[in-house]
Each structure stands twice: as structure tokens, then as C-alpha cells.
Design a binder for this molecule. Structure first.
Ligand code: PLP
Length: 400
């Protein structure tokens, strides 16, 4: 009998974290590494948010929180959904967790029974299928194709749904492709869900505020209010407020689901860090004027990276609407030989050889369910991005 549980034994370690770790080790060994592997804004948390946390500490607001979240934060979350998404939720329909990841995990833990299927759209965030599986569910992967800008066609969603489907998971803007659904595209997907009343929708809106050009963010229940009673809308402060280390995520949905997640959390974390919750309250209720600055900076970087990657021999890179990732494909490079003599047979070979030859870390597309491709995070300085893209161009040119 093995010591590690079967469920955990089946879980794949995160490829993004593995690549980031390899980049860190090379850096520690003195190499000039540029990592485009991890998804975290390089901005600082805005000052008024930090001050709210310091004030909480100074007034000794440092005890256990109510499990589902402090009342002011749950009220701020309800206000946020009304103000930004035109969704009506009572604070009792909201829940706070230790990051969006914890919220998603908890939603699965609270609802999945063996055999329940979770429809996950590929390319997917690496954690979705693993979380569903560890909680006893069966991930059903459905591919969104490059020719459709990595957005799922409604016919494909229709085909993926079975009587066993419990959840459909949407993530727009997407990690890893940056693709985001327009109102019409979202409506086409929600129309499919209307035909399957047994299916619940989990929507991960964590990149809501990082959208560019003319694109306008939409969340499914705003587009199709009749899905309100079977949708969990998940969000968090990590990306929009540069608060990845504070670990606060949140969600809103039907009270029976929120209560189940509250009960699960009461036996897990006993609630998210009180101090970080005060910071998140200030984030949601406070000034939002850092957002246009974040957006303008990311948009400029996106444009630079897309243009430079399209100039690299053999890479093809679409211009996505949001998040801070691009997802160039590389079919033309498979079968070529790297300067080290290694044949590039997969996109994983490509990212490993790129790291060896040019000290640039990206993450192979096959880790996100669709390859050959590479996820490039542009949440790093413009100077470093320029240098990294020049190295990628040089590497692609060196393949024979
Ligand atoms: C698509 C997506 N959802 C959720 C998260 C979770 O973020 P956090 O746990 O920091 O709120 C991430 C983080 O990378 C993400 O990319």
C-alpha cells in the first residue's frame, strides 16, 4: 500500500511552477535568466490597500474571521458585483477564500461525487482538471481551436455535455491564451446551457479588469440572467490589484452552494487571513484609478510581444483580448534540431532548449492541453520583454 493517496498520486505537479523553479535555479547559478513563465503582475499593491491592512493590525483586528469572510468584505463584494457586473447578490450569497484557487477547489469539493463530469475548455489553466479530479470528479476536456482564436464553439460545448455533467467551467479572459468572449460569443455558450438545466456553471473571472482595445468584459449571468440560480461567479484581488501574495479570492452564487462551501471551509482554513480581508475590502471599495494604468501598460506590452513573436521564424501568435498571456503556436518548428543537437519533437523540448540556449523561460502548451505552443506571460518589464523576444527570435532562427 502506497503512503501517498491515489488521488494525489494522479495529480500532475504544476508545469508553470516547475518551469519557474528551473528558471530560478539557473538564475541562482549565475545565469542571466528572463522568466516569462509565471502569472503575476509586476506592479506593487496600491498604497491605500496596504494602509488598510496596517490599520487592521494596529487596531488589533487580528483574530479569526467568520469562516465565510468578514462582513465588510462580503458587503464590498456584493457592491462590486452590482457596480461592475449589474448582478444582485446579498452578502450571504458571497464567500471569501484563500485565493481564487481555494474558492474553485472548494466549490468542487463541496459538489462533486465520483463519476460527476466537469467540462474544461482547453487550452486550460493547469489547475482546473487536477482540482476536479482530486475532488473525485472526471474532467472532460473540450478543445477550443487556434483558428477560432481559442474560443469554444457552442456546438463543441453541446457535444461535451452528458447526463453526468455537473459543471461547465468558463474562464474569460483566459489563462493561458488571453482569449475573452464578446457578449455575442458568451450568449452563444449560455444558450447551450439553457438547454441543459442539470448543468451548473462555474465562471472564473479573475482577469476581468485586464482587457484591452475595444473589448468589453462580460460575465455569463449578466448575459443570461436565467442562469443565476445555477452559476458560481468566481473572482479575486490577485490580478487586478497586484495582490497575489495576500491570497484573497471570492465568489457569489446560490446560498445553498455558498453554505456548503462555508461548511467545507470551516473544517479547512477557518477563513482567510483577517488582515488580508481588510486589505481586499479597501481594494474593492477604494479608488480604482490604478486600473487604467495597469491596462495601458499591459496593452503596450501585449502589442510588443505579439509583434516580436510573429517575427520569430516558425511562431504564429494571435492578439488576445485580455489577461497577460499570449500563446504562440509552433507547428513549423517541430522536427527541427536545436544548436545543442537535440531534436525538437515536442513543445516541451522547445521550451527546455530555449531555456538552455537563451535563458528564457516559457511554459509548453501541452501542459495546458493544446500544443505545440508556448505560453508567454508578459507581466514583466518592457525592457526585459524586448530582450526576451529578441532571444526567442535568435533561438527560432538557430533551429535547423
Ligand atoms: C485562471 C486563473 N484562475 C484563478 C487563479 C487563482 O488566483 P488566486 O488564487 O491568486 O486568486 C489564477 C492564478 O494564476 C488563474 O490564472
Amino acid at each position: 500500500m502506497g503512503f501517498i493517496s491515489d488521488a494525489l498520486g494522479r495529480m500532475k505537479p504544476s508545469a508553470t511552477i516547475a518551469l519557474t523553479q528551473m528558471a530560478r535555479e539557473r538564475k541562482a547559478a549565475g545565469k542571466d535568466v528572463i522568466s516569462l513563465a509565471l502569472g503575476e503582475p509586476d506592479f506593487n499593491t496600491p498604497d491605500h490597500i496596504k494602509e488598510a491592512a496596517i490599520a487592521a493590525i494596529n487596531r488589533n483586528d487580528t483574530r479569526y474571521p467568520p469562516v465565510a469572510g468578514i462582513v465588510p468584505l462580503r458587503e464590498a463584494i456584493a457592491r462590486k458585483f452590482k457596480r461592475e457586473n449589474n448582478l444582485d447578490y446579498k452578502p450571504a450569497q458571497t464567500i471569501v477564500g484563500t485565493g481564487g484557487k481555494h474558492i474553485l477547489y472548494n466549490a468542487f469539493l463541496s459538489t462533486l461525487n465520483p463519476g460527476d463530469e466537469v467540462v474544461v475548455i482547453a487550452p486550460f489553466w493547469v489547475s482546473y482538471p487536477e482540482m476536479a479530479m482530486v475532488c473525485g470528479g472526471t474532467p472532460v476536456i473540450v478543445e477550443a481551436h487556434e483558428k477560432d482564436n481559442f474560443k469554444l464553439k457552442p456546438e463543441a460545448l453541446e457535444r461535451a455535455i452528458t447526463p453526468k455533467t455537473k459543471w461547465v467551467l468558463l474562464n474569460s479572459p483566459s489563462n493561458p491564451t488571453g482569449a475573452a468572449y464578446s457578449r455575442a460569443e458568451m450568449k452563444a455558450l449560455t444558450d447551450v446551457l439553457l438547454r441543459h438545466p442539470h448543468v451548473w456553471l462555474m465562471t472564473d473571472d479573475i482577469y476581468e479588469h485586464l482587457v484591452y482595445g475595444d473589448y468589453k468584459f462580460v460575465t455569463p449571468v449578466e448575459v443570461e440572467p436565467s442562469l443565476y440560480d445555477r452559476t458560481l461567479t468566481v473572482n479575486g484581488v490577485s490580478k487586478a490589484y497586484a495582490m497575489t501574495g495576500w491570497r484573497i479570492g471570492y465568489a457569489a452564487g446560490p446560498e445553498k452552494l455558498i453554505k456548503a462551501m462555508d461548511s467545507a471551509m470551516s473544517q479547512q482554513t477557518s477563513g482567510a487571513c483577517t488582515i488580508a480581508q481588510w486589505a481586499a475590502t479597501a481594494a474593492l471599495d477604494g479608488p480604482q484609478d490604478h486600473l487604467p494604468v495597469f491596462r495601458a501598460t499591459f496593452e503596450e506590452r501585449r502589442n510588443l510581444v505579439v509583434s516580436m513573436l510573429n517575427q520569430a521564424t516558425g511562431l504564429k501568435c494571435a492578439t488576445p483580448e485580455g489577461a497577460f498571456y499570449v500563446y504562440p503556436s509552433m507547428s513549423a518548428l517541430i522536427g527541427k534540431t536545436a544548436p545543442s543537437g537535440k531534436k525538437i519533437e515536442t513543445d516541451e523540448d522547445f521550451v527546455l532548449e530555449l531555456l538552455n540556449a537563451e535563458d528564457v523561460a516559457g511554459v509548453h502548451g501541452s501542459a495546458f492541453g493544446v500544443g505545440p505552443a508556448m505560453r508567454v506571460s508578459y507581466a514583466t518589464s518592457t525592457e526585459l520583454l524586448q530582450e526576451a523576444c529578441e532571444r526567442i527570435q535568435r533561438f527560432c532562427n538557430s533551429l535547423k
